[in-house]
Design a protein around this ligand. Structure first.
Ligand SMILES: [Zn+2]
Length: 135
């Protein structure tokens, strides 16, 4: 299963980072998943629970933020959020007509975001410095 290997990679990354911080347990992971990554969030959460068993990340909360697809203009570098409806099947290209022209007049967008799965931030037990103010 696709999500299981992703979850395992997440746990590996988190554990490696926390080891370098001489902290104890991992309490929360904030993850950003591109809308085109083909990741089922529920399935990822479930697999994360499995993959984190017997690691410092066991029992950690997995918060998933879904990131939009992003196109970047080859001419001027401006980035723009792309509607998923303008993305063509296969999730690797988009309909130029639907996306339209850049502010610079060129119609030269390339797909640069939307496939990522990134560990944005994590919260460790006993770590008071990175509180996000959530109550
Ligand atoms: Zn442009």
């Amino acid at each position: 299963m696709h999500e299981l290997s992703l979850a395992q990679a997440l746990v590996d990354t988190a554990v490696r980072h926390s080891a370098g911080l001489s902290a104890g347990r991992i309490v929360r992971l904030d993850v950003r998943v591109g809308v085109l990554a083909g990741v089922d969030v529920e399935s990822l959460t479930f697999c994360f629970e499995l993959a984190s068993r017997d690691t410092p990340a066991e029992g950690a909360e997995l918060r998933v933020e879904v990131a939009p697809a992003v196109g970047r203009c080859r001419a001027c570098g401006v980035e723009r959020t792309l509607e998923t409806s303008s993305i063509l099947p296969g999730w690797t290209s988009f309909d130029p007509e639907a996306v339209g022209s850049c502010v610079c007049g060129e119609q030269a967008f390339e797909l640069v975001g939307g496939h990522e799965l990134v560990l944005m931030q994590m919260e460790l037990a006993g770590d008071q410095s990175s509180g996000s103010g959530s109550a």
